[in-house]
Ligand binder design. Structure first.
Ligand SMILES: Cc1cc2nc3c(=O)[nH]c(=O)nc-3n(C[C@H](O)[C@H](O)[C@H](O)COP(=O)(O)O)c2cc1C
Length: 345
């Protein structure tokens, strides 16, 4: 039998709780996933290294294997993109006025403390590190592996898969366009098309012999079976967990996922400057076509606006990340979601 990354970690089920930074992947959700026999993931994005260390300690206390996800930083913005960000700021004037909010301060460059988080993970190794947004340096991959850590790299195309294999990844997370939240694409200018995760998985499988974990649009056990039939060694699920009891999802995000006024999702750069799938709200409708591709600068620019909108209960202006399967997300214990997905596996 071929090597399996989840069996190697000691995870009983071929199911992964997709990392969801910004709140949803709470320590309680990680513990619930581990307790249910799925792989719990600590979402390291946006956390300070100290906060990440605390999350790691909490995950370790479950006694089960777990992973840590990191955002790999891209290059700093060029002058033209900075000018586009300034223009975008002006285009948000009416929204800011409606909320009584101001534009956020934009840092020169923000690498999400990637190097410090990496140093932490090398000093105090965890069972698994997964990455998204860009290719991690081959040297970093090999240092993590030498520390006894498995490394999975998120890819969205066959080309990314080949490069990640060359960089020494143990396995690949293949994220399809139907996934909720940010696309892991290494080229944020790329148009994110609408094909199924199974289709992306099959094309990636032709480019690599690494084990593949499929993510994007899972809305029930049938979707898991389809992805496994298409060659996935496991399926990762994000949106389905957003309304679970243990998730740290904000109240407005939870309510919006069940609000009949939101009927579709759309990939947009309007909130952060990187393509991300969200509920199709007024803000997305108004600003998607003028938003520059400039992550994380646009994330910082719109942050006070989004925070004010959430505080005022204005769901139309909050980044409501959601995959295409959002209608199937229910307010139940997270273990119930896993039990249902594992049925007939
Ligand atoms: C709220 C939210 C936050 C996310 N944050 C991250 C993250 O921090 N790192 C990451 O690699 N992927 C992130 N993703 C993507 C998920 O890991 C995963 O690819 C996606 O949820 C799978 O598709 P699904 O939502 O249709 O299940 C996020 C997704 C959502 C919905």
């Amino acid at each position: 039998m071929s090597w399996s990354p989840l069996s190697d970690l000691g995870v009983p089920l071929p199911l992964v709780a997709a990392p969801m930074a910004g709140g949803p992947s709470s320590p309680e959700l990680v513990a619930a996933m581990n307790g249910a026999g799925a792989l719990g993931m600590v979402a390291g994005g946006y956390l300070s290294p100290d906060a990440l260390a605390e999350r790691i300690a909490a995950a370790r206390a479950t006694g089960a294997p777990f992973g840590v996800n990191l955002f790999v930083p891209g290059p700093p913005l060029d002058a033209a993109s900075r000018a586009a960000v300034d223009r975008y700021g002006s285009a948000l004037a009416a929204d800011l006025e409606a909320l009584g909010a101001e534009l956020g301060a934009v840092p020169e460059h923000d690498e999400d403390a990637y190097e410090d988080k990496l140093a932490l993970l090398l000093e105090d190794p965890v069972p698994l590190v997964t990455t998204t947004f860009a290719l991690p340096a081959a040297d970093d991959v090999s240092r993590l592996r030498r520390a006894g850590t498995q490394v999975w790299v998120t890819v969205t195309t066959p080309g990314e898969a080949r490069a990640a294999e060359e960089a020494g990844a143990n396995a690949l997370v293949v994220q399809g366009p139907r996934a909720g939240g940010h696309s892991g694409t290494w080229d944020p200018h790329r148009t994110i098309t609408e094909e199924s995760t199974a289709t992306v998985l099959r094309t990636v499988a032709l480019a690599t012999s690494l084990p593949l974990i499929a993510a994007g649009g899972v809305d029930g056990p049938e979707a898991v079976r389809e992805l496994r039939a298409a060659g996935a060694t496991a399926a990762a699920v994000g949106t389905l967990l957003l309304r679970t009891v243990e998730a740290g999802t904000s109240a407005i995000h939870r309510a919006s996922l069940a609000d009949p006024r939101f009927t579709t999702t759309r990939v947009t750069r309007a909130f952060t400057g990187r393509p991300a799938r969200a509920l199709h709200s007024r803000f997305v409708e108004d600003h998607d076509d003028e938003a520059p591709t400039a992550y994380p600068v646009v994330h910082h620019l719109t942050k006070p606006l989004r925070t004010a909108a959430a505080a005022q209960g204005d769901a139309e202006r909050v980044h409501l990340w959601a995959g295409t399967g959002f209608r199937a997300a229910r307010e139940v214990p997270a273990a119930t979601v896993i039990e249902e997905l594992a049925r007939d596996l």
